[in-house]
Ligand binder design. Structure first.
Ligand code: NAP
Length: 280
């Protein structure tokens, strides 16, 4: 099986490669923006037609949530037009397309975990552009898996690393306590991707670790696992005052995975424990 990865240097791109590191039957074509800019339709078509992969895994995205508010054109190019281009190219070579989306497509005003059948309502530019990407994939790709994930951490820049860095120079950190979700490791998400790829079980999926916590709870667990005494001051989103709005309730139910597969994500506490162990 030949897997064509876009955004291969990002957190998920690295995890997808690791997922198959011991599989002699899988070869990779790894690309990132320097060699393949997914916003350029002609370049995408040419590269995919030349490689004829069995699967394209789109790990490329404009993930800087606050920056998307002011960099809207680029956000639409990367998060919407990019997946459109990959959908068209996948069809040309009859490849399956794995595309990753986000909890930010919801308004975050829910009171129970969102399923794939719940109405969307993005609050900010990042969510709107990612939703447009989903819609392009649904409209253009013949064989697709769209997986919405959330609070992702892996090999790269992420919340966990930021908290650990802050703890080096601070006795206490202030962390938002009124946004809840499910921290998800790229390793767990890559496992779900690998589970879906060989199947014809196409469609839209939620893919997050099990369980719920706030960013403050998550930070306390990170410090506990690291044996740090750094305190967590619980603050509100209003006090934190980020540029882009964040969904307050961001919990996704992996409903389609549960309805159609036996794949189960790990509990978030177990996934972060494994990640910290690997960091050590
Ligand atoms: N991170 C999260 O908390 C989170 C939460 C929910 C969903 N997701 C989704 O999960 C997926 C993976 O996220 P991630 O955290 O692994 O992202 P990431 O670490 O930011 O990686 C994204 C990669 O895409 C590359 N890229 C940017 N523009 C590109 C372009 N035009 N063409 C090709 N490559 C381009 C980036 O390169 P540069 O670094 O040079 O820009 C980077 O290597 C994304 O679809 C994201 O929207 C992430």
């Amino acid at each position: 099986m030949k897997i064509f990865v876009t955004g291969c240097n990002g957190q998920l791109g690295r995890a997808v490669n690791l997922q198959y590191k011991d599989d002699p039957n899988v070869t990779f074509v790894n690309t990132d923006v320097a060699d393949l800019d997914i916003t350029k339709v002609d370049d995408v078509m040419k590269a995919v037609k030349a490689e004829k992969p069995d699967v394209i895994v789109n790990c490329a995205a404009h993930t800087a949530v606050d920056a998307c508010e002011t960099d809207l054109d680029n956000a639409y190019r990367i998060n919407a037009i990019g997946p459109r281009n990959l959908s068209l190219a996948a069809n040309e070579v009859n490849a399956k397309l794995v595309h990753i989306s986000t909890d930010y497509v919801f308004d975050g005003k829910g009171t129970r975990p969102y399923t794939e059948f719940d109405a969307v309502g993005p609050q900010g530019a990042y969510g709107r552009t990612k939703l447009a990407g989903e819609e392009f994939v649904k409209a253009f790709a013949n064989k697709y898996f769209i997986i919405r994930t959330a609070w992702l951490y892996g090999d790269g820049k992420n919340f966990v690393k930021t908290m650990l860095r802050l703890s080096e120079t601070n006795d206490a950190v202030s962390v938002v306590n009124d946004q809840v979700g499910s921290p998800t490791s790229t390793k767990e998400l890559a496992g779900a991707i690998a589970h879906l790829i060989p199947t014809d079980n196409y469609g839209l999926f939620h893919g997050t670790c099990e369980g719920v916590c706030s960013w403050a709870d998550f930070t306390e667990e990170i410090f506990r696992l690291k044996g740090l005494s750094t305190k967590v001051n619980r603050i509100t989103s209003a006090e934190f005052n980020a540029k882009a709005p964040r969904p307050a309730y961001s919990v996704l139910e992996n409903y389609m995975l549960k309805l159609t597969t036996d794949y189960k994500f790990a509990q978030w506490e177990d996934a972060i424990a494994e990640y910290i162990k690997e960091l050590n």
